[in-house]
Design a protein around this ligand. Structure first.
Ligand code: ARG
Length: 275
């Protein structure tokens, strides 16, 4: 099927350099603290990712990395920002809990209205904006009550989706938003990561979605970042890249293999600021 990608729109991202990146604890199946990590390589790959966004004309802000928070590079988990309103993260595991206030302070210091979450939620890791909707994951990290909280704060419909495969513990590991174009919003997802009911919901809302295969998903190909035209995607997600090209998107392979050791890819490293 060939449709036309509606084109790029300028984006504003927040990122955190992996200065203190390592895998020293295990909170998802990708993490193995006995395996060596190369912080220098992680920084190099992260800079390539940042430069890719800058070359595309996007704005990239950075937050100061905090020693002792090796997962802080996964900025997507820091908050969800819609209409200039910041719904702060409240992390499930104690190892990451200090990240929530660090990100909230970054936004507050810059004059954003921030909302301190009552429910556990891991920011954009589990909340993806597509058009006027927010797709929200639950099952491993973010509580369902956070979905209601976000709906009340943003005044947008929040669609709850149940994740069932521990490898795809955040929504952004199993689903990518490609275009928020009002006429034809587009997503890609990996159906086996979702409960039967959630699969039905996705099929109803997005009948033309790209369905990723096992290999694309295992390469964290769905942890992709799209500006509506260019899609930054893991190089090993080759079928997904073909499907993107067929739909008129431009896949841009960026290797974030070192950050995959922590269970994250390009999207995990990228928090979108929507004003
Ligand atoms: N090690 C991190 C964790 O398990 C990885 C987070 C990846 N971020 C994401 N947006 N999926 O929490």
């Amino acid at each position: 099927m060939t449709t036309h990608a509606p084109g790029a729109t300028p984006r504003h991202y927040l990122m955190c350099e992996p200065t203190h990146f390592t895998v020293s604890y295990e909170i998802n199946p990708w993490m193995d603290p006995t395996r060596a990590t190369d912080t220098g390589l992680a920084v190099q790959q992260w800079r390539t990712l940042r430069d890719t966004y800058l070359d595309l004309g996007h704005t990239v802000d950075t937050i100061e990395p905090v020693p002792g928070l090796p997962d802080m590079v996964y900025a997507a988990n820091g908050a969800t920002v819609v209409g200039g309103m910041v719904y702060s993260a409240r992390f499930r595991y104690p190892q990451r809990q200090a990240e929530g206030p660090a990100y909230q302070k970054w936004f507050a210091d810059r004059g954003y209205v921030t909302h301190t979450a009552a429910s556990t939620n891991e920011g954009e890791g589990d909340m993806l904006v597509v058009g006027d909707l927010v797709l929200a994951g639950t099952g491993f990290r973010t509580e369902r009550s956070a979905h209601a909280e976000a709906q009340e704060l943003f005044g947008r419909p929040v669609i709850s989706l149940e994740l069932v495969d521990p490898r795809y513990y955040h929504l952004d590991t199993a689903l990518a938003v490609l275009s928020s174009d009002a006429a034809a919003p587009q997503i890609a997802y990996y159906p086996p990561a979702f409960s039967p009911g959630s699969r039905c919901v996705l099929a109803q809302l997005f009948p033309d979605a790209i369905l990723a295969d096992d290999d694309d998903a295992a390469a964290l190909g769905l942890n992709a970042v799209s500006d509506g035209q260019h899609v930054v995607v893991a190089p090993r997600a080759v079928h997904l890249a073909d499907a993107l090209r067929d739909r008129g998107f431009t896949p841009l392979p960026v290797d974030t293999s070192e950050l995959l050791k922590g269970g994250g890819g390009a999207k995990c490293c990228t928090l979108e600021i929507r004003v």
